[in-house]
Design a protein around this ligand. Structure first.
Ligand SMILES: Cc1ncc(COP(=O)(O)O)c(C=O)c1O
Length: 459
């Protein structure tokens, strides 16, 4: 514990002064109606050993039984049954509090039950929630304007989940390829990266490298070609060889692969190659975007503007699926009425919440906090004896375990016992993507518990 405290304090004083307190929700002093007076945001009993006491009756059992019986087994969740959440904290049905260090796969970037987001949603719920795009609504134009401006782009197409937006971008790139670039009919090729994760629909599954994700779901659509992630020379070779390439779809940082960061200059090189070969640079910033890496977009780290942004996750403040493809007017000009759409895409509820999310990002404090707290987090985790390597940008961290320390799955379960929820990526990597509002006190609480699991030599 002493190590963590020392490191955290050292780093804290090394950072430019900033007020994480100002990031807190106004109601941050209250945890689920129970009194948490004073300024800190830890749950009421966080500093006491009662955090690991078991309540007399296990209320989770009945829920786990229902899940076992009625759920399709497409996930293997930890046996925690969450009932409430606020900020980085969640509480299970037994009343035990955990730090949610996964943050809804990086979708809950502004914390659970963020009061600004909840208020925006409530206000809109009382007005109207669905008009369809057959009519206009009084939120959508404002939302599109805000989002286009945040991205430095011109036009927005709204969708629901992330994968739907990826599919939309693929359709957009192909149509652009045929109608503007002049690629022969049905010959369009989109470059994708090895190790990618862009979602679960058939076309996207088809260009996954992960056998567990793709085996026995075929046949898959053609028109995708792999290049090694992070290898700009391979992209250049492919673009020189094949004039039918219409786009490169890439994650600026590969999240599901374990927070894999490409070499410096990679994104800039992609920009230059795409411009030279008249290929659309399509940045899937579904996980990396909207403040996660400490900048509004991960492409901002190299001062690059792609041709197409794909956004989702945090765009809805963690409330429901909401996604968008953002690009130029010229590129979007190929999509005409009736050629693409969805019933819920652009609904006024998502638009109203999206506007609030964008206004929070415009203030810049979430990005700043992500940078500052993320730097401390990465530095501390990299010192744990179980950790071989840490890859981090902002509050997004992948930590590889040393051989012999157990699998990531085992460590994840031990961390859960200590009150820290996270997820593994592959067999030996733990990944973390907590709310960007995380405070230093909260981080300290988490690190103390992580240290118990990941810094014991006898492990
Ligand atoms: C980079 C990236 N693209 C696409 C997706 C798919 O998003 P969704 O699960 O909302 O369909 C994800 C989800 O984790 C992602 O991380």
């Amino acid at each position: 514990m002493a190590t963590v405290t020392k490191i955290a304090q050292g780093l804290k004083s090394a950072l430019t002064p900033f007020s994480v307190r100002t990031m807190l929700p106004r109601t941050g002093d209250v945890w689920m109606g129970s009194s948490l007076r004073g300024k800190h945001t830890l749950p009421p009993h966080a500093t006491q050993s009662s955090i690991i006491c078991q309540p007399p009756k296990d209320q989770a059992k009945a829920h786990l039984t229902l899940m076992e019986q009625y759920s399709a087994h497409n996930y293997h969740p930890l046996p925690v049954v969450i009932a409430e959440g606020q900020g980085i904290w969640v509480k299970d049905v037994n009343g035990k509090t955990y730090a949610d260090m996964l943050g809804g796969f990086a979708a809950c970037s502004f914390g659970h039950s963020n009061p600004r987001i909840i208020q925006a949603a409530k206000t809109q719920l009382d007005r109207i929630t669905l008009t369809t795009r057959v009519f206009n609504n009084d939120q959508l134009g404002l939302y599109f304007q805000d989002l286009a401006q945040l991205c430095g782009m011109e036009n927005v197409l709204a969708a629901n989940g992330g994968a739907e937006a990826v599919e939309t971008a693929i359709k957009l790139a192909r149509k652009w390829g045929y109608e503007i670039k002049g690629v022969p009919h049905d010959q369009a090729v989109i470059l994708v990266c090895t190790g990618n994760f862009h979602g679960r629909p058939i076309s996207i599954t088809g260009f996954s490298n992960d056998p567990n994700s793709r085996n026995n779901f075929g046949p898959y659509p053609a028109g995708f070609r792999h290049v090694p992630f992070g290898d700009a020379a391979a992209v250049e070779t492919a673009m020189r060889e094949d004039k039918n390439i219409v786009g490169i779809l890439f994650e600026p940082i590969q999240g599901e692969a374990g927070v894999v960061i490409p070499p410096d200059g990679y994104i800039k090189s992609l920009r230059a190659l795409c411009t030279e070969h008249n290929v659309l640079m399509i940045a899937d910033e579904i996980q990396s975007g909207l403040g996660r890496t400490g900048k509004t977009f991960a492409c901002d780290h190299e001062d690059v503007k792609p041709d197409v942004f794909i956004l989702a996750k945090g765009l809805s403040g963690g409330l429901f699926p909401s996604s968008a493809v953002v690009s130029s007017r010229k590129i979007f000009s190929v999509i005409k009425p009736g050629q693409h759409g969805s019933t819920f895409g652009g609904n006024p509820l998502a638009a109203a919440v999206g506007r609030e999310v964008i206004s929070m990002l415009q203030e810049g404090t979430y990005q700043e906090n992500s940078r500052n707290i993320g730097a401390i987090f990465a530095s501390c985790v990299s010192r744990f004896s179980a950790i071989k390597e840490v890859r981090a940008r902002g509050l997004w961290l992948g930590a590889d375990l040393k051989p012999g320390f157990g699998t990531a799955q085992e460590m994840k379960e031990k961390l859960m016992q200590e009150g820290v929820l996270c997820k593994e990526a592959k067999t030996s990597t733990l990944r973390f993507s907590p709310a960007l509002s995380m405070t230093l006190d909260e981080l300290h609480w988490v690190l103390e518990r992580m240290e118990r699991v990941l810094d014991r030599n006898e492990n």
